[in-house]
Design a protein around this ligand. Structure first.
Ligand code: AQP
Length: 326
């Protein structure tokens, strides 16, 4: 069977970019693939969170994933750090990774250009750990948003180098493109991100969503309420595409281009539609939050299944590379 591996960092609460770009797709892929989904807390350590914050983020992200429809009966949902083989394989793969390849990674450049202080070695070698995340389950497919394509290409390169040296063991994972590869933040400029403060949380209530939308950038040419707008250049129009029924989209397009509705009306409609769409998810999240032990049990079971798979791969890897297993 085709096997998927995908991960999400517990660096904050899941946002609409995570949901549209990844989580929705994760839920759908459960019908077609054997899925391993990971809360990748070792990756989140690159941001140096406090222990307390990291633990609560892991729990909260797990809740968001379960509430959105990741089904532990059909998928393996686990925490990366619970499976020590990820870190072990990452070391071995780092010995087969060329520095020039790491130096090309645009995500590292983007994350560090504004604030060089965040550039630690963990962030630099992050794509190697990501390669290990994928390869330790011998995944055949990886869902990718726009930001992850380059990292997956590096994984494929590392798999080829390993094969060249030690023979066939790992598949070269193929990309499954996200239907929504890049959701912009409310700044209308950059990718919606937990760390940039430009996000709308998946589990946020109506007043929080509206507060974010109120400050959201729309068509920059539409300076007055009476100016006709151009939806195609408005970031919020693309969010309507994901949350607003077709009929209402037509009305909004017409109203914006003829200046019969203003940006505030348009934002209110978007807020209502986001909230209507996410309410069942929020409701399930409330129930899960009331039972943290139950959520931890789901993770425990997932961790166990993931460990079994990863340790089988690592037994083969150790043999190939010549590490004594005594
Ligand atoms: N804005 C986005 N549009 C589309 N897809 C997105 N993803 C994230 N943001 C967007 C997809 O979500 C998955 C998990 O991402 P992640 O949390 O592991 O890392 P990230 O991409 O670095 O997310 P953030 O929010 O930007 O985190 P921070 O701010 O901590 O770095 C991935 O599949 C990603 O494509």
């Amino acid at each position: 069977m085709k096997r998927i591996l995908s991960g999400m960092q517990p660096t904050g609460s899941a946002h609409l970019g995570n949901y549209l770009g990844a989580i929705r797709n994760w839920v759908d892929m459960q019908d077609e693939y054997e899925c391993f989904y990971s809360v990748v807390d070792l990756h989140a350590l690159t941001t140096r969170p406090s222990a307390e914050k990291l633990r609560s983020n892991v729990l909260e992200l797990t809740i968001a994933l379960l509430a959105s429809g990741v089904d532990p009966e059909r998928s393996v949902l686990f925490v990366q750090s619970a499976v020590k083989e990820h870190a072990e394989l990452a070391w071995i793969l780092s010995c087969h990774t060329v520095l020039g390849d790491l130096n090309r990674m645009t995500q590292f450049k983007e994350k560090t250009e504004d604030d060089p202080g965040v550039a630690n070695a963990g962030l630099y070698t992050y794509p190697i750990l990501q390669a290990a995340d994928i390869m330790v389950y011998r995944a055949t497919h990886v869902p990718v948003g726009e930001d992850q394509n380059q990292h997956l290409e590096l994984t494929r390169e590392v798999a080829r180098r390993f094969r060249h040296h030690y023979g066939e063991l790992f598949p070269e994972p193929a990309a499954v493109n996200s239907p929504t590869p890049r959701v912009l933040g409310v700044d209308g400029q950059t990718k919606m991100s937990k760390s940039k403060g430009n996000h709308i949380g998946l589990l946020e209530e109506a007043d929080e969503v509206m507060a974010k939308l109120r400050g959201a950038v729309t068509d920059p040419q539409r300076l007055r309420r009476t100016d006709p707008g151009c939806p195609e250049v408005c970031n919020l129009w693309s969010l309507h595409g994901s949350f607003t029924p077709d009929e209402q989209q037509k009305e909004i397009h017409e109203g914006c281009t003829t200046a019969t509705i203003g940006c505030v009306d348009c934002k209110k409609m978007l807020c209502d539609n986001i909230i209507a769409h996410t309410e069942p998810i929020r409701e399930r999240a409330r129930a899960l939050r009331a039972d943290p032990d139950g959520v931890m049990d789901v993770l425990r079971q997932g961790n166990e299944k993931a460990r079994a798979e990863a340790s089988a791969t690592m037994a083969l890897v150790r043999e190939r590379v010549g590490i004594w297993d005594v």
